[in-house]
Structure formats: structure tokens, C-alpha cells
Design a protein around this ligand. Structure first.
Ligand SMILES: C[S@@+](CC[C@H](N)C(=O)[O-])C[C@H]1O[C@@H](n2cnc3c(N)ncnc32)[C@H](O)[C@@H]1O
Length: 234
């Protein structure tokens, strides 16, 4: 545990991310719970402790370089074992997070971590994004989504959840999907404002965070019925 703690602190320093000791402690507890549970439940394909720290925790924390003080209500769709949303909820105890994944066992794992770490600012849902939207339309300042689907598909899931002027900050590994997302951005009244490029501090792997702003209300016909956004992307 001590070795992993030093490794985590070292990567935080290299990535120029500041984090208080008690938050680092909680994140390490979360990583330990994930490591143990992952031995008999498939929560993540990354099984090495150090790799979990870099590819899940540091990668999620890159968002702290972009998130603003006045952003208070966050939604993370397809959060899996809690990335990036659960990590950020530990980093920002004063902000509210809704973590969503349609696979119940993943949400049950997240609920276990919330209880063990006594996190007060996180709620969860195991509904699909296309169902959950029915009572959560235009309710969030910021939307997060990592590794779920192609950009034009997740735009249709996520933009309807945002308040006007809210930001969607999807994490991507390259820029390939931007060009073909033009129509989705237009139809959903959203605009690409910035492209942030990072490198992970140990592997040097490329990481991209897009900043997409919702300009106007989304037409109530989006997102289309469950499954349609993925089958027939905008
Ligand atoms: C590859 S995992 C990524 C998990 C996590 N965000 C990460 O980066 O480690 C994608 C997750 O998205 C969830 N998912 C896919 N489509 C969804 C939808 N329409 N609504 C809710 N969850 C969805 C899947 O159940 C899966 O757990």
C-alpha cells in the first residue's frame, strides 16, 4: 500500500495535479476495493495496481485542469467502475455527482465504495441514458463520459442532460471522431469550443479532452429511443 501511495503521489506531481492527503487516501481506498473486486468480477480490463492508478485515477483527474469553480452539478454516463465520476466526487466534495451505468453490478460496486468511503455528494442510477433523460432533462452544469461510444453517439445521450451554456467534457484517445460529429453538434445546438491535449505521466499515452458547449435548448425528440442513437448515429 505504501509503495502504491508513493507511486500515486509521484504521478500526481508529474502531472501537476494538486490533491490533499485525505483525498489521496480515499482514492487509494477506492483503488484497493476495485483491485480486490476485480479478481472475481469483471469491472475493468486493467488489472495491474500501478496501471489502475495511471490509466484510471490520473486520467480521470486530468479533468480537474478544466473543471471550473462555478460548475456544481455533474453527470457521468457509462461510468463503469466509477471513471471519471467517482474519482472526481472524491476530489470535489462540494460538487454533486450523478453516476450512471446500465450494468447493475457496476452500479452496485460504486454504491459499495460510496458507503465505505462515506461519500455524501454522489448518487447513482442503473438506467440507460435514453431512459434517465425523461426526468433529468437540462439539469446539469457539466456532463462527463469516458470510453462509452463514438463522439456523435454520446453527444446525443449527453447534450440533452445539460443546462443551456453547460459543458460536455468527453475524454478521448485521439481526434478521429470530431470531423464526423459535425451534424450531431449542429442538430443538438452544441459547439466544440476547445480541444485539450495531455500525456499520461508514466506511459506518455496521448489523452484528449474536448470542451463542448450547449448553446440552446435541445429539441425534445433527442435522444431518440433506446438503442437508436447507437444504431443510427446523427
Ligand atoms: C467501456 S465502459 C467505460 C467505463 C468507464 N467510463 C471507464 O472509462 O472506465 C462503457 C460503459 O458504458 C455503459 N453504457 C453504454 N451505453 C450506455 C447507455 N446508453 N446508458 C448507460 N450506460 C451505458 C456500459 O454499461 C459500460 O459499463
Amino acid at each position: 500500500m505504501k509503495e502504491i501511495k508513493e507511486y500515486f503521489e509521484n504521478l500526481l506531481e508529474k502531472a501537476e495535479i494538486e490533491a490533499e492527503k485525505d483525498k489521496i487516501e480515499k482514492m487509494l481506498q477506492f483503488s484497493e476495493l476495485l483491485y480486490e473486486k476485480n479478481k472475481f468480477m469483471n469491472l475493468t480490463a486493467i488489472r495491474d495496481k500501478k496501471e489502475i492508478i495511471e490509466k484510471h485515477f490520473i486520467d480521470s483527474l486530468l479533468l480537474t485542469k478544466i473543471i471550473k469553480e462555478d460548475e456544481k452539478k455533474f453527470i457521468d454516463v457509462g461510468t463503469g467502475a466509477g471513471f471519471p465520476g467517482l474519482v472526481l466526487s472524491i476530489y470535489y466534495p462540494e460538487k454533486e455527482f450523478l453516476l450512471v451505468d446500465s450494468v447493475r453490478k457496476k452500479v452496485e460496486f460504486i454504491n459499495e465504495v460510496i458507503e465505505k468511503l462515506d461519500l455524501k455528494n454522489v448518487k447513482t442510477s442503473s438506467e440507460r441514458a435514453e431512459e434517465l433523460i425523461k426526468n433529468k432533462r437540462e439539469s446539469f452544469d457539466t456532463a462527463l463520459c469516458r470510453g462509452v461510444a463514438n463522439l456523435r453517439i454520446i453527444l446525443e445521450y449527453m447534450i440533452p442532460f445539460l443546462k443551456i451554456n453547460g459543458r460536455f467534457l468527453p475524454q478521448k484517445q485521439n481526434l478521429n471522431e470530431i470531423e464526423e460529429a459535425g451534424n450531431a453538434l449542429k442538430v443538438l445546438n452544441a459547439q466544440l469550443e476547445n480541444v485539450y491535449k495531455f500525456n499520461l505521466p508514466e506511459s506518455n499515452d496521448d489523452r484528449i479532452i474536448l470542451e463542448i458547449k450547449k448553446m440552446k435548448k435541445t429539441d425534445g425528440k433527442y435522444p431518440r429511443k433506446t438503442g437508436v442513437p447507437a444504431k443510427k448515429p446523427l
